[in-house]
Design a protein around this ligand. Structure first.
Ligand code: NAD
Length: 297
């Protein structure tokens, strides 16, 4: 068997063009332009790259993009005051605080200052709780992208057995909830799990988000399994050449799986596309809620 490659770039491009079309309609019919504010604290080079590409994609989708760059030594009160202003700004529908935050800023306090209806990363305690309760929520972008790729590959996910490796708040934990909501049976492995190979072998779907190159071997996989490799690991070869690999021994897995995401070009492109889909979704919900309870003149 040679696995089919799950083309995340193509899926993300489709989603982005749907978002751009819907944005153009909102602007033409309602004169409303979805707005995304990105807050970057400090000068982490990787965060700079992520933020710049988010800004570029937001503008390409026809949305308003506002960036706030604050020095690493900013007082927490000042950062919280900025978030409060953005929460109240009717032209801003989504707010994203780029993580990680430099010490001593308190991640939970800062993230939970974002109004839940503008929390397009889905990281506030309110949205995490809503997702866990099966209520409508803004859902973290990478697991949302994973769900879309799985549904495109397998259709209805009911009854599938899924093993997720890695249970961070950003990827694994929200994906547990999303797959449970689709009536999958979900197993979760992490760095203290003793026999990951057995959990992987029992699964119809394997999602790996650990940040460990070659963690999952081809010999662990059940024939025909669908594999999503979320890991992004930057390696340097003997001659200094750089390359990016995932967490799965890709060539080995190709021979066993029915479908697999490549790295790069698999899950990665879905993340920004889902961020813009969340921003559009947040904007629509804010319009609906304003129409339900208009502010008296
Ligand atoms: P994290 O460090 O917050 O969490 C890693 C998780 O993997 C933890 O639950 C840990 O217990 C588990 N883990 C670590 N080593 C393990 C091992 N040897 N065996 C089993 N489990 C192990 O990381 P994260 O932020 O969730 O990111 C995970 C990976 O996904 C990273 O490579 C990251 O770059 C990548 N990532 C990609 C995207 C994307 O857009 N494609 C988005 C987020 C993260």
């Amino acid at each position: 068997m040679t696995a089919r490659l799950i083309d995340g770039r193509a899926r993300a491009a489709r989603l982005l063009s749907e978002v751009a079309e819907a944005t153009a309609r909102l602007r033409a019919e309602r004169d409303i332009q979805p707005g995304l504010a990105v807050v970057l604290v400090g000068q982490d080079p990787a965060s700079e790259i992520y933020v710049n590409s988010k800004i570029r994609r937001t503008e390409e989708a026809g949305m308003r993009s506002i960036a706030h760059r604050l020095p690493a030594e900013v007082a927490e009160a000042e950062l919280l005051a900025l978030i409060t202003r953005l929460n109240r700004d009717p032209q801003i529908h989504g707010i994203l605080v780029q993580l990680p935050l430099p010490a001593p800023l308190d991640r939970a306090r800062v993230i939970d200052a974002i109004a839940p209806e503008k929390d397009v990363d889905g990281f506030t305690a309110v949205n995490v709780g809503r997702l866990a309760n099966g209520e409508p929520a803004l859902v973290p972008c990478t697991p949302l992208g994973c769900l879309m790729l799985l549904e495109e590959t397998l259709g209805d996910l009911r009854g599938q057995v899924a093993t997720i490796i890695g249970c961070s708040n950003v990827v694994g934990r929200p994906l547990i909830q999303l797959l449970l909501q689709r009536d999958c049976s979900v197993m979760v492995a992490h760095r203290h799990t003793r026999n990951i190979a057995a959990m992987v072998r029992a699964a119809d779907i394997v999602v790996v988000a650990a940040g460990v190159p070659n963690l999952v071997r081809g010999s662990w996989l059940k024939p025909g399994v669908v594999v999503l490799d979320v890991g992004i690991n930057r390696l340097e070869g003997a001659r200094g050449e750089r390359r990016i690999v995932g967490d799965v021994a890709f060539e080995e897995a190709l021979a066993v799986a029915s479908a697999i995401t490549p790295v790069p070009g698999g899950v990665g492109p879905m993340t920004i596309a889902c961020l813009l889909a969340n921003t559009l979704d947040a904007c629509r919900r804010q319009i609906e809620s304003a129409e339900r309870s208009p502010v008296p003149a």
